[in-house]
Every structure is written in structure tokens, then in C-alpha cells.
Design a protein around this ligand. Structure first.
Ligand code: 0O2
Length: 239
């Protein structure tokens, strides 16, 4: 029994290590893209990169939520976000540019793509989500490992982290007035993205790979922006 438990612990540690290696691989890819852009175009489309490996507790919670078998092969197949990398870009065009640069690499297989920028969630959440599979080269050979990559702008990221805090604070049952505030804040964040992109285009030319005309930038709604700021302040300050 003791030997069996030790074996299970070792297998799980090895399993988690593969995800850490996969994150390291993706981070290397992102660093190379970032440096290349900086060198070739004197421009850095990436503001910030973060990564995380799901905790064993969080994996188990998802196993039970998705009702999949609690075995390593089943977890590998069904839980595709054990490894996560979040890339925060300056502008919307950059998010698509980075997604394309990453997913077009030969050793990257795209398992799933969700464009929540073109099709935001009903609460206003925006981001590009890609589940990719990359090979991790171990002493025993290559193992394909999935990584969830989220790509969004600074404004989208600000909104998502605020919404995340509010969602957890109310255990998912966000009061109606806060849900409305969040929807308005999402609109403010969208305006900010377009306005910043237009300002950037005026100074440096279009960001990203636009072929056609830029969409007309909406006028910034000061009141909406103020509400976004207010909401953020209230959430951060309340105990
Ligand atoms: P964490 O702690 O960030 O990892 P899934 O639940 O992943 O099996 P789903 O819902 O189809 O299936 O996945 P989706 O839509 O691709 O969302 C996965 C992740 O995106 C979430 O992971 C969040 O990180 C983020 N996300 C999705 N929707 C929202 C949202 O409305 N608000 C915020 N703030 N983030 C969102 P986890 O596992 O929920 O959490």
C-alpha cells in the first residue's frame, strides 16, 4: 500500500512537471517573439506575461465538475488548462498578431480557439483563448502537453481581474447593480482600447496588421471611465 502511494505521488509529480516544462517552452516562445519585434520593428506589442500551473486542489475540483475519471490519462485528456499563460498586449491588433505568430509555429498544434474579443461573453468578458499542444522533450522522448494561452489588452485584463474579484467575493451570485456596473465598465474598457489604438496609429502608424481603414474611434465617455475607476476603487478598498 505504502509503495503504491509513493508510486502515485511520483507519477503525479512527474505529470505536473511536464506542465511546468510546457509553460517554460511557451514563455521562451513569447520572449523570442517579443525580442524579435523589438529588434525588427522597434516596437514591443507585449506589455506583460504571466503564467500559472493549476493547484492539485483546483485540478480535482475541475475533475469532479467535469465528471471525468480521476486518472492521469483522463485528466491529461479532459483538463486542458492545467498550464496557463496570459499575455497582455498594448492594442487589440497586437493580440491577433501574437496569436497568429504563436499558433503558426510548426511545433504548435491548435486544439481549440475562442475569440471572446470578436464575440464577448454576455458579462462583457473579452480575451483570445487558445488551447495549444506543444511537445516537451524528456529523456524518455517527446510528450505532447496542452497549454491554455489567454491573450488580451491591458484594458481587457484590468476589467477581467476586477470581475474575477467581484465574482469570487459574491461566490458567483453578483448583485444586479454590480453586474450592470461591470457591463458598463466593459464598454468603457472597449472605448479606451479603441481610443488608445487610434492615438497610437496617429503617432506611429497602425498597430498590428491592419489592411484596411481603421474604425472611427468613438469619443471617450468620461462618465463611463469614471465609473470603471470608481468600481475598481470600491472593489479594491472593501474588506
Ligand atoms: P482560472 O483560475 O483563471 O484558471 P473550462 O471551465 O475551462 O472547462 P470554459 O468555460 O469553456 O471551460 O473555458 P473558457 O471560456 O475558455 O474560460 C477559461 C478561463 O478563461 C477561465 O478559467 C478564466 O481564467 C477565463 N474566463 C472565462 N470567462 C471569464 C469571465 O467571465 N471573467 C473572467 N474574469 N475570466 C473568465 P477558470 O478555470 O475559470 O479560472
Amino acid at each position: 500500500m505504502l509503495v503504491y502511494a509513493r508510486q502515485m505521488r511520483e507519477d503525479f509529480a512527474r505529470f505536473m512537471m511536464e506542465y511546468q516544462f510546457a509553460v517554460d517552452e511557451v514563455l521562451t516562445k513569447v520572449t523570442i517573439l517579443r525580442e524579435e519585434f523589438r529588434h525588427l520593428h522597434r516596437y514591443n506589442p507585449i506589455e506583460h506575461v504571466a503564467s500559472r500551473i493549476k493547484t492539485p486542489d483546483s485540478i480535482l475540483e475541475k475533475v469532479s465538475r467535469k465528471q471525468c475519471a480521476p486518472t492521469l490519462p483522463s485528466i491529461r485528456e479532459n483538463i486542458t488548462d492545467i498550464a496557463g499563460v496570459r499575455i497582455t498586449c498594448s492594442f487589440i491588433a497586437d493580440t491577433y498578431r501574437i496569436l497568429e505568430a504563436l499558433t503558426s509555429q510548426d511545433d504548435v498544434r491548435v486544439v481549440d480557439l475562442k475569440d471572446y474579443i470578436a464575440h464577448p461573453k454576455s458579462n462583457g468578458y473579452k480575451s483570445l483563448h487558445a488551447i495549444i499542444e506543444i511537445p516537451v522533450f524528456l529523456s524518455t522522448g517527446a510528450v505532447p502537453v496542452t497549454v491554455e494561452v489567454q491573450i488580451r489588452t491591458v484594458a481587457m485584463d484590468f476589467w477581467a481581474s476586477l470581475e474575477h474579484k467581484i465574482f469570487y467575493k459574491y461566490n458567483g451570485a453578483v448583485p444586479g447593480h454590480l453586474a450592470t456596473d461591470l457591463t458598463e465598465a466593459a464598454a468603457a474598457a472597449e472605448q479606451l482600447d479603441h481610443r488608445m489604438e487610434q492615438l497610437h496609429a496617429e503617432v506611429h502608424g497602425p498597430a498590428g496588421s491592419y489592411d484596411g481603414d481603421q474604425p472611427a474611434a468613438p469619443q471617450l465617455d468620461e462618465a463611463l471611465l469614471h465609473r470603471l475607476w470608481e468600481l475598481s476603487r470600491r472593489t479594491t478598498e472593501s474588506p
